[in-house]
Design a protein around this ligand. Structure first.
Ligand SMILES: [Zn+2]
Length: 93
């Protein structure tokens, strides 16, 4: 473990919850824009989780999650909202 390296900057991987040294972690910006650093707080992934990350475009995903009430509604209501939003977007009337 990292016990011998006290007082180092340690971050938590958002995917697996592992504590990793900041220098061994990868920054993750949930908006997919790591180049704009203003007023931002990055999250972190450990290297194995970063490798597993899909690098496909995910445009609109965060907005959809926000609109669906992620983190605010209970899971059942969130999933229902998310489902409705995605369905509505994929099947134009
Ligand atoms: Zn991880």
């Amino acid at each position: 473990m990292l016990g011998s390296r006290r007082s180092r900057d340690v971050v938590t991987c958002i995917a697996c919850g592992e504590s990793v040294d900041r220098t061994d972690a990868r920054e993750y910006d949930k908006h997919g824009d790591r180049w704009n650093r203003r007023d931002k707080e990055f999250e972190y992934l450990c290297k194995p989780c970063h490798r597993d990350l899909t690098h496909q475009p995910r445009s609109g995903l965060e907005d959809t999650l926000d609109d669906a009430g992620a983190g605010e509604l209970d899971q059942a209501r969130f999933l229902q909202q998310y489902h409705d939003l995605v369905r509505g977007r994929d099947s134009p009337k």
